[in-house]
Write a protein that binds this ligand. Structure first.
Ligand SMILES: N[C@@H](CCC(=O)N[C@@H](CS)C(=O)NCC(=O)O)C(=O)O
Length: 198
């Protein structure tokens, strides 16, 4: 069994995604907390591991750190394929990846700490304006997911069919973000029902 060390933080939605993937696949990993609230991610030591100053990063044995939650989850999928987090056929895989990217590429990047800090320190947006920003982009992502889940026949017990996939993990992280930012999730009935947090 490979030695794994995950650099993450309890409040990090991207770290959450990797933790869930590891748990589903039954892979043990040592957890190292990088305190984002104290800015530890910007220190020289962590920059040596991830020059982007973000979590997660995953070290496997003595290899170079893996970075970006989607790339890490795909690595876990390829090296530990059972239970699968991607369906078999290319069209289904594309849909699962598309749903996942609504969160990972579009929704989540707009609410990460460095964006919130930039709004506050560089643009001098006050707290209500910053909260409105977080709520707006969180709702946009959940709304897009909601429409996909409602109208596409591939939706099953989970986002895609009846097996849990990367899409569910990413959706769950977006719902968790909504809870952190106190966004009303009542309009996103399906997304919340599909979330493992439900
Ligand atoms: N697209 C990246 C996002 C990584 C990311 O932004 N992580 C956040 C926590 S969820 C972080 O470390 N932020 C530090 C900062 O913004 O200063 C991924 O999915 O891994």
């Amino acid at each position: 069994m490979a030695m794994m060390r995950l650099y993450g933080f309890w409040r990090s939605l991207a770290s959450y995604r990797v933790r869930v993937a590891l748990a589903i696949k039954g892979i043990a990993a040592e957890q190292i907390s990088i305190n984002l609230l104290q800015g530890v991610q910007r220190g020289a030591e962590y920059k040596g591991i991830n020059p982007q100053s973000v979590v997660p990063a995953l070290i496997v044995d003595d290899g170079p750190p893996l970075f970006q939650s989607i790339a890490i989850m795909e690595y876990l999928e390829e090296t530990c394929p059972d239970p699968a987090l991607l369906p078999q056929d290319p069209r289904s895989r594309a849909r699962v990846r598309g749903l996942a990217q609504i969160v990972v590429s579009d929704g989540h990047p707009l609410v990460v700490p460095r964006i919130r800090a930039y709004l506050e320190k560089a643009l001098h947006e006050d707290e209500p304006a910053r909260s409105a920003w977080l709520a707006h982009w969180t709702r946009q992502a959940l709304q897009a997911l909601e429409v996909h889940l409602a109208r596409e026949r591939e939706t099953g017990k989970f986002c895609h069919g009846d097996a849990l996939t990367l899409a569910d993990i990413c959706l769950a992280s977006q719902v968790l973000g909504a809870e952190f930012f106190e966004v009303d999730t009542a309009p996103f009935r399906r997304s919340c029902a599909f979330s493992p947090n439900a």
